[in-house]
Write a protein that binds this ligand. Sequence first.
Ligand code: HEC
Ligand code: HEC
Ligand code: HEC
Ligand code: HEC
Ligand code: HEC
Length: 247
Amino acid sequence: MKGRRKWLVLPSLAAITIAGILVSAFAREGQVAVAQQAQGETATQKYNRESEGKAPRGPWAYSGASGYTNYIGGGVGRSPEQPVKFPHPVHVQGLKMNCGFCHYAADKSPDPGLPAVGTCMGCHTLVATDRPEIKKLTEYYNKKQPVPWVRVHKVPEYVHFPHMRHVNAGVTCQSCHGQVQNMPQVFQYASLNMGWCVSCHVNGYSRVDGMKAAGYESDTAAMRVAQEADTKLGRRKASYDCTACHY
Ligand code: HEC
Ligand code: HEC
Ligand code: HEC
Ligand code: HEC
Ligand code: HEC
């Protein structure tokens, strides 16, 4: 029974830590929001305005293959309307939240995961509760329903795509998804067709290109580390075996 009590203590400590992080983030953002209110603009509007057009539409297909999302509508540039207009810029740029805070399984599982409504409500029971989009979010929460997010990226069922293998090899999210931190509404950046996958696997992943895609400037410490690794280790190649990607 003593052992069991320990288990009760640990999660509650974790909950306090998380609450602390959320509250401090909120306090910082609260200041920005107040500064902006004077000009009649919310923090969300400010970050959306500053991001608009900064994330360039993706690299075009490397091969004739069309890409699965062409069949379900769109392909490169596909950007479905979401049931709640979730803005990445104010959360990632404004609050400095990591991608992994919400896409919590990107380094552990084939599927990066989407955040539960409870994760959002950690802040939105207090923040911006008067906004229409937050009212919609709160309705899902009160009805204990998940938000029915519309899938943007999809490969066909016969293709095996393990996120964790890429994330653990250091491939930046933005190499494949573009600068999501600058997208008021997420869009499909890369073709996701076989030629695109194979081109990176055969030619190899350049850490410098990956950092550039993520938006790092060339004279930063992180970029110098990437440069050194590229020079020392060469581009990181991956499997061209059909069965690596096809069951
Ligand atoms: C790095 C991953 C990867 C490797 C390796 C790979 N494929 Fe694919 N393959 C894909 C993806 C992704 C698609 C989906 C293409 C699309 O949506 O247009 C695909 C589609 C296909 C299709 C269906 C094409 C169509 O137009 O319907 C065939 C057939 C295929 N691959 C055969 C192969 C063969 C044979 C090999 C080995 C020489 C191979 N693949 C290696 C990723 C891969
Ligand atoms: C506060 C939580 C949160 C953070 C932080 C966050 N995201 Fe998201 N992300 C979401 C939600 C919610 C969705 C679904 C709604 C949408 O598509 O906008 C989403 C959707 C996405 C999608 C599209 C998924 C699909 O259906 O194909 C990608 C790609 C993505 N995020 C990448 C990122 C990257 C990269 C970062 C870091 C730069 C990041 N996200 C940070 C919550 C978050
Ligand atoms: C760390 C705290 C925090 C978390 C967690 C969080 N948000 Fe936010 N969110 C904010 C802040 C702060 C703003 C900016 C409010 C403003 O514009 O003044 C915001 C803005 C928004 C807006 C824009 C509101 C408007 O003005 O239209 C939406 C929609 C939103 N969040 C949805 C979500 C969703 C969905 C999640 C979960 C995936 C989430 N948020 C998680 C703090 C958070
Ligand atoms: C090598 C390319 C690549 C990298 C790197 C990558 N992704 Fe993806 N992502 C994809 C592909 C391809 C899909 C579609 C997968 C599928 O259909 O199974 C996808 C799908 C997603 C989805 C939608 C999953 C869902 O269940 O709705 C999210 C969210 C996402 N990625 C977030 C991220 C985040 C966050 C990172 C960085 C931590 C990241 N991705 C890194 C290629 C990539
Ligand atoms: C930007 C470069 C890049 C792109 C694009 C990319 N990959 Fe990869 N892939 C890698 C790297 C790097 C690894 C890790 C190799 C390692 O672990 O040493 C990898 C590993 C993998 C593995 C595990 C390989 C094994 O030997 O088990 C699979 C499966 C895979 N990728 C599938 C895909 C598919 C499917 C796509 C397209 C939808 C894709 N990749 C697109 C760079 C990329």
